[in-house]
Design a protein around this ligand. Structure first.
Ligand code: PBG
Length: 327
């Protein structure tokens, strides 16, 4: 290579202004979604041991933290519930006085101005910790679970949710939820599907946070095998066909190849990536030891999601990142 060819690529990196002028991607706070845990178990905000800086929020605190995030520019919150009572069918998931339903109503009555999204799954509500109903052998039943997911979605929207996000990975869940919402008169409520969700060890801290670990077995009969890439396109295609409005890849960082493939295969869909609990906890742990710079690592990570093709990022760093991006 001629020496001048080497300097040629460096010309546009010479000053911050030149770099800004030609930068291809930008992380915007409005594209970030902050997951929030709403608890019926604790009466005070309670920090999650394995996720420093993330708390479980009692209903009367939810609007404060959600509005703080939206005030900093964050686009949406995603609610997870920690119910006081669990049973085999996850009755609290679609209860009118369920914890997520209460949380949504608290946001609505508190004048929250962002988008309210709710996670729809049974694992936080079942005493066995599985994502659906079980048969006697402990296998997660697909079709009987669909009705539970549809009922849960309708109850969230009835409480005031703007969008539902099914994460149970049952076949046919988007169609069942779409039918349920339409039948209840919520034809205009969008669905963000956790369409390519892998059976991942990166969810470990979340299971502390939401108290939703399976009491036996694992989620490999419904979540995707990490060895599969092509299959993600089938998952997205099915969900898109069933009426998903936003597609998602989860987890994020170890699956950026899937984000990129999805962007290429589904150029016309909004695409979200979930920067999951284990990814968050690794950054926090290393930053606490002074081994990495939290702010620059988080912003670089969010940029990587954008560059890979995600429009939206669900991240526990959303509030910090929004502040860093606008300061
Ligand atoms: C299921 C759900 C999980 C997460 C989001 N929705 C846990 C699981 O599938 O086991 C994980 C999120 C994270 O790790 O941050 N309701």
């Amino acid at each position: 290579m001629e020496p001048h060819v080497i300097t040629r690529l460096r010309r546009l990196r010479r000053t911050p202004a030149l770099r800004a002028l030609v930068r291809e991607h930008e992380v915007l706070p409005r594209n970030l979604i902050l997951p929030l845990f709403v608890t019926e178990v604790e009466s005070e905000p309670t920090e999650i041991h394995s996720m420093p800086g993330v708390k479980r929020w009692p209903v009367d605190h939810v609007n404060d933290i959600a509005s703080e995030a939206v005030g900093a520019g964050v686009g949406a919150v995603l609610l997870f519930g920690i119910p006081a009572e669990k049973d085999a069918r996850g009755s609290q998931a679609d209860a009118e006085e369920g914890i997520v339903q209460q949380g949504v109503r608290a946001l609505r009555s508190g004048g929250f101005e962002g988008v309210v999204i709710t996670d729809v799954c049974l694992c936080e509500y079942t005493d066995h910790g599985h994502c659906g109903l079980l048969d006697d052998a402990g296998t997660v039943l697909n079709d009987p679970t669909l009705e539970r997911l549809a009922d849960t979605s309708v109850s969230h929207v009835k409480a005031g949710a703007d969008m539902v996000a099914p994460s149970a990975m049952m076949d046919g869940q988007v169609a069942a939820i779409r039918d349920g919402l339409d039948a209840a008169g919520y034809e205009s409520t969008p669905i963000m599907s956790y369409s390519a969700k892998y059976a991942s060890s990166f969810y470990g801290p979340f299971r502390d946070a939401a108290d939703g670990a399976p009491k036996f077995g694992d989620r490999r009969s419904h979540q995707m095998d990490p060895g599969n890439g092509r299959e993600a396109e089938r998952e997205h295609a099915v969900d898109a066909d069933e009426g998903a409005d936003i597609l998602m890849v989860k987890p994020g960082l170890a699956y950026l190849d899937i984000v990129r493939r999805t962007r290429e295969a589904f150029p016309d869909y909004p695409l979200a990536a979930y920067n999951v609990s284990g990814e968050y906890s690794m950054v926090k742990a290393a930053a606490a030891r002074g081994w990495i710079d939290e702010r620059s690592v988080v912003l670089e990570t969010l940029m990587a999601f954008k560059r890979a093709g995600a429009d939206l990022v669900l991240t526990y760093h959303a509030l910090d990142a929004a502040r860093w991006l606008t300061s």
